[in-house]
Design a protein around this ligand. Sequence first.
Ligand SMILES: Nc1ncnc2c1ncn2[C@@H]1O[C@H](COP(=O)(O)OP(=O)(O)OP(=O)(O)O)[C@@H](O)[C@H]1O
Ligand SMILES: [Mg+2]
Length: 272
Amino acid sequence: MSDAYGDRGNKDASITNPKGMGSAIPQHSGQSHAAPGGPFLIGDGMTAGYGNGPDILHDCTIAVDQGEIAVIVGPNGAGKSTGMKAVFGMLDMRKGHVRLDGEDITDLSPQDRVAKGMGFVPQTSNIFTSMTVEENLEMGAFIRTDDFSDTMAQVYDLFPILKEKRLQAAGELSGGQRQQVAVGRALMTQPKVLMLDEPTAGVSPIVMDELFDRIIVVARTGIPILMVEQNARQALEIADKGYVLVQGANAYTGTGKELLADPEVRKSFLGG
Ligand SMILES: Nc1ncnc2c1ncn2[C@@H]1O[C@H](COP(=O)(O)OP(=O)(O)OP(=O)(O)O)[C@@H](O)[C@H]1O
Ligand SMILES: [Mg+2]
């Protein structure tokens, strides 16, 4: 098992305990404090489920740092979307914490997380199909009280086809174009971090490549991206950091390159 980020729990220790002596602080003490130097966004040791149902996530950690693309892969039903929803505050966390830029936001509502700078594109129902493309983007800007026309122009620069189709109902667009609307909508809040759940679901390989190109462009503008992907191999190729989730738990963690080279990961998750 390759785990390039296996020392993440020690980042606090390097601050509180600069001599590097053994730290007695348990990783999940039930309390959280600002963690300067930790990842920009982290769902740390998350245990969560739906309603009164069983735990779906088991001590699961996913994170993304400034300037990074982090990719979550794993089989259907592994809990990838559940992990994203937990980080976005859509289910009750039974254990663990979510921190954004060092601040514990575990108890914030999704709306408050958007105000803090999180942009989230869910796996399903991520656009308003009966509204035009432009209305979708306007809806994305709902929390803004300033002039957002510059941001809309940036989204149209990023996805020129959306400008062409801006007065068309979003439901009339192709799958790949709809995903562009969904990502564009999330960008309208000028997020500090973008979370994408399967942005390339159901699109052709060519459209997938185009979407990945656009996602890299977004990342280069300085927005870290935490993304779930079904196209594991291609996604890990563009990932600074990758997580393989299995049955709600971290199975493998490493750089994209490390995971692509790991024989176990290749055999079990990348088709050899
Ligand atoms: N709203 C829900 N209520 C109850 N259980 C749910 C709900 N959504 C998902 N689950 C359960 O949680 C588990 C993980 O589902 P999840 O959608 O997180 O998997 P996933 O890794 O995103 O899968 P996929 O690759 O198919 O998108 C599954 O057993 C699923 O049945
Ligand atoms: Mg999913």
